[in-house]
Design a protein around this ligand. Sequence first.
Ligand code: ATP
Length: 256
Amino acid sequence: MSYVEVKGVAKAYGKRTIIENINVSVAKGQFISIVGASGCGKSTFLRLLLAQELPTHGEIHIDGAPMAQEPGRDHGIVFQRYSVFPHMTVIDNLVAAIAFDTNFWGRLSRARRTEERTKARKTLDRIGLGHVAGQYPADLSGGMLQRLAIAQALASDPKILLLDEPFGALDPGTKIVMHDFLQELRDETGMTVFMITHDLEEAFKLGDRVWAFDKPVWDEEDPEKNAATITYDFDARDDGIPFQTLRERTNVLQAR
Ligand SMILES: Nc1ncnc2c1ncn2[C@@H]1O[C@H](COP(=O)(O)OP(=O)(O)OP(=O)(O)O)[C@@H](O)[C@H]1O
């Protein structure tokens, strides 16, 4: 059954339409990787899913209901650039995320604060950051910072996790460790995940489906003209097209 339903969605800024004719349906727990040329509207699409922006046309339904008109707690998001607070320790960063989630930080009782701290400590142990709980983000490696950012995004037990090039700044070894980490989290939580990446191998390794955003019509004289849409929706599991042959079959996915 469909969990996220996107019907005829388009987004324009002023007179310029960035994406259009987006019609997709995603089952609960699916992992969608999103690839495509720079500037073709991938992050714009994530912002629509996050309700940070509203579509110019079309509708998005989540779990059978029209999407909220503003960002809510059922979505978590992680960006490539680490979105942690530099002046707070690792554990305080996580406690702050939990507090934002509860919305009652100022009024939390001492007992509740202790409870939240214990919860944060457990989460840090779970994600391998227990030993740096008292340190500041500046002392952490890129992989550690992204673990912390993901843990913050998960503080509200989101139903949908949005990842905008989360591992783009990491070295190849750390990336592989982060892939395992993300796959474990996904197995544990059953979240539906949308991840933008410029790394095709990563897209096919992690995704159940890989969507390619592209402009069906290019205007060489004016590359900014015309909108992009989802031109390919690949099944990346079982009977999917193997990554190795994909590059040969299509040039749409070649890095531009
Ligand atoms: N708030 C805005 N107002 C006007 N134009 C915008 C706005 N946000 C994005 N754009 C334009 O929309 C286009 C798509 O941007 P977007 O960030 O969604 O692309 P992208 O595919 O995620 O790119 P990249 O892979 O480089 O991150 C760009 O040309 C950008 O300049």
